[in-house]
Design a protein around this ligand. Sequence first.
Ligand code: PMT
Length: 401
Amino acid sequence: MTVNSLTNKRVLLGVSAGIAAYKTPDLVRKISELGAEVQVILTKNADQFVAPLALQAVSGHAVHDHAMTAESESGMGHIDLARWADVVLIAPATANVMARLVAGNADELLTTVCVATEAPIAIAPAMNQQMWQNQATQSNLATLAERGTWIFGPDAGEQACGEVGPGRMLQPVDIAQALAQQFTNGALSGKNVMITAGPTWEALDPVRGITNHSSGTMGYALAQAAIEAGAKVTLVSGPCNITPPDRANVRKVTSALEMHSAVMAEVNTQDIFIGVAAVADYRPVDAADSKIKKNNDEMIIKLVKNPDILADVALHEHRPFCVGFAAETNDVVDYARGKLERKKLDLIAANHVGGTETGFGVPDNAITLISADDVIELPKQNKYGLARALIKEIAKAYKNA
Ligand code: PMT
């Protein structure tokens, strides 16, 4: 069974000027309760129906109004907001805003963000029943549906104007659930997925060690995406400062040897293994029991090779479907292909590291997913969006294996 969740999602809520806007502080609450971060954009006149201060209080963010001024653009401008969002939800969506979406108008902040974003757009229509049934509205609805817009509702019943019929906005709890449902798919339903994440720490003495800049974000995002896809996830994590998805079985480890033991202890029950961790290739031969003193001008540290966790998993007699990561600074695809073959993997996700835009310790990443006979480019985006795209591809390849 999959549980609907919006954990780690960024929802950009567009509130257009309809009477149902008064329900949006509750909608922000319901979406936040499912784990999402919410920012709000009001269209022109929406503040006649809901107080921006109320939306600011429940979302924890200053509310963006309709205007695109030099001042608003110097804060989080329309392109930043378009990139920030995992989904743009417009609720209530009036007949007017639906028409402007169809036309591709970029005449105020919300509509401009909708044109600029790569994130999915969802609408919860709300209007008088006659307006809803109007031919133009129905034709706009069909166009939006054809373009892949998620459409939640409307409900039917007594309306604010006193008429009865279709056009009432869905209740906030139902909109939040419908949104979460879109991120929950059954591509890995019932599968056991083990993911390693984060760096390892190879102790030199009780206070010093060898590590790297992995934040764990990519691995944790994949754990979240696999859970959304219905998998039971075991997350074997090196030392990280981020919160793991609440439905993952987390095994916290420090060193590569501990990570190796934790993985091997449970690998025989796994269907898929994804090695995202930046595991130290070497560890000090002996970690000192007490703090090393600086008595000499030079110090030589002797290192010994760590076991290759991913390669050992791929050689296991109950071998799961194996996905590796390859962090490379140059000749990314060639080196990754070499690792795919040497470690006997099913897939390898090659990512370019060393710059400041993707890879270690930054919010974004870009991946080239390589198998024996295919190369798929997953372009630069935030790690949570990328993880969902990657899990989709992994599920496809696993089913075809
Ligand atoms: O954590 P973030 O800040 O979000 O950054 C994400 C990331 C850049 C760390 C991640 O996307 C990534 O690229 N992870 C792999 C990093 C790495 O160490 O790559 P590698 O080329 O050294 O190793 C290749 C593969 O073998 C990896 O799947 C690695 O987990 C695995 N490995 C390596 C050595 C070892 N002893 N055991 C292993 O299992």
